[in-house]
Design a protein around this ligand. Sequence first.
Ligand code: SF4
Length: 756
Amino acid sequence: MKTTRRDFIKIGSMGAGSLVIATSPLLNWVPGFLKEDSDVLDDSKLKRTATYCEVCFWKCAAWTYTDKKGKIVKLIGNEEDQQSNGRLCPRGTGGLGMYYDKERLKKPLIRRKGKRGESDYFEEASWEEALDLIAENMDRIKKEHGPECVALFSHGSGTSHFAHMLKAFGSTNIAAPSYAQCRGPREVGFDATFGESVGSPEPLDIRNTKCMVLIGSHIGENMHNGQVQEMSQAIDNGATIITVDPRFSTAASKSKIWLPIKPATDMALLLSWINVIINDELYDKKYVEKYTYGFDLLKNHVKNFTPEWAATETGLDPNKIREAAYEMGAASPAVIVHPGRHVTWYGDDTQRSRAIAILNALLGSYGRRGGFYIAEKFKIPKFPHPPYPKPKRTWRDAFPGSYKLVHEVISSGVCEATIPNQMVRPEDTCSFKAWLVYGTNLLSSLPDINNTLEAIKHLEFIAVIDTMPMEITGWADVVLPEATYLERYDMLRSLKHRKPSIALRAPATKPLYDSKPGWWIAKQLGERLGLHEFFKFENIEEELDWQLKKIGSSLEEMKKVGVKTFDRTYDDLYYRDGEELEFGTNTGKIELYSTALAEEGYDAMPVYTKHPQPASGFYRFIYGRAPMHTFGKTVNNPYLADLMDENSVWVNPKVAKDWGLKNGKEVWLENQDGIVSTFPVKVRVTERIRSDAVYVVHGFGHNNKGMGLKRSQGKGMNDTEMITNVMNDKISGGTGMRGNFVTFLLEEPEKKEATV
Ligand code: SF4
């Protein structure tokens, strides 16, 4: 099978039946732009400004082009950037829509009357008044309860100035759903195995791999730019792709082996692969002997987990299971068992990630060409400020003895600790009283919407800072409109990669409406809170220039180049043959048997747990991504909505026949707890999904009438509404969300008050 890079990206979009523009300037999409205006094609007539994309957290470096009138006309990837290799993904090129969206937040808003959540009661306010009100409330809460009772939520994008402001204020309770609702379990699982977490971007040497295994990871629909490009390169080079997915995903269509697994049985498959790789001696003997700890214990542990046993659990052909293990063994060490990204599925997710880490260790892929490379990150000096005050309490106080192996804040834990009666230690007074919510729609990113609303009810104050109105915005007391990434400076981007590098985000134009950059908002708040010493720069240009001069560059230089790449300090991307290594685990070895997990009373090696399967007439509810959208964040983007403006529910033909469903028929979904989707969703009958599951793309079904978003209001269904059974992973705090089952309602159900 031969696939060109461009074909692959195109294929990435075909699943959703839409056009993808990988590198084009979106000529037709820019309002007021005439196709025949050759000025836009002639870069010499345009001004270019360095930026890095904020449409998702991949942060691809790019150039924003503006015409003579200062109008943004196109976005192009920066050729020097390792994250994008000069290409933006379809969402990235659609970033202009964030700027041009007429439904964006335009003025500060204050709720002057009415209950929280009744968005009609917002009134426009001045920046002075809105900032004063936030600072007054933070100050009051600090005096009455302590600064630690204020929490900040963000989601891997935007400026770090809010986190800086909160730490200076006295709280380290800074959470992102990208941890506990997404990658948390794999970070703990890999840390327990290799002594370091995976991080983002994952240091995967995909372009040099000979075999890549994707378990519920749908690259191509999940448009992580660099990974999509490298996977395409790997396929061109003849790499074997093995995809484990109950759905025939885009990646499955590019795979030599597709394993349409019964959902919730992945651990059985992984254990059987470990069994075959050990017993058939497919592992990297020298590597395992030199670098790992606990091989004999593991060998004994998996002795009964044969492919034949796994077949009874997974519904897969045992010969196919074995064939896949042999493919991995033949490619070793140039093999990647992908750690995945959104891995919060069934509550035993850290252990499943451990099994994936163990497989990589047995195959000798960690630190090897075609496996995991050794990434490096550039350390940017901090603008001088006094030491942060030491908080007396943190979110952990609500969970004594738990989450000791977790190194980030669990957002759902902060949510729970906001509801006094859910706290493990109710006498603890550090239940949260105020939330600052920056660029994340918590009513879509946290599971169990009613639980989030319950937490919001207990808050004394909530402020939302965002570019767009979202469901969470409607529950705020104060809303601050942030300028989009094309209109503002942010902190320098420093990501770990093959080479350390930094990237600049600078404004290509003045902010539209009355929006302001995040750094300015945070500084204004900091100064109102008496934290002047922490914000001693006049403006962000001064801060950036100071940082850049410290590392031998300048703001002037970065404006010209956008991206600056540095030499590595460790001279090789991979471990050298026979190199002496010490891993960051208790034993200094790669731990197949985890001493850290054993010390905390958890299983030291992954075990198989049988998870419930759907009752008759119900189907496992699975959700995923589309290449032109990033969660719910982009579905109102005028250009990206043009590519896909609603989701559909994938239904196997056998199920469709049982229910009399036809393509395009609208149905409502009802879950095992009797929760019915607010909006209907159209059926898509397809062989590409097993008959015991249904699938939707995440992020649709917006219901935020009072706050705008007319374009996406009621388009498709909101998958988060269906996620009421949350299986918490005791080790990592990850919220397992794949244990929900739905059935179909063919008629419109009686109208109930909408949840959000
Ligand atoms: S992957 Fe796409 S959306 Fe994400 S940062 Fe890169 S270009 Fe932007």
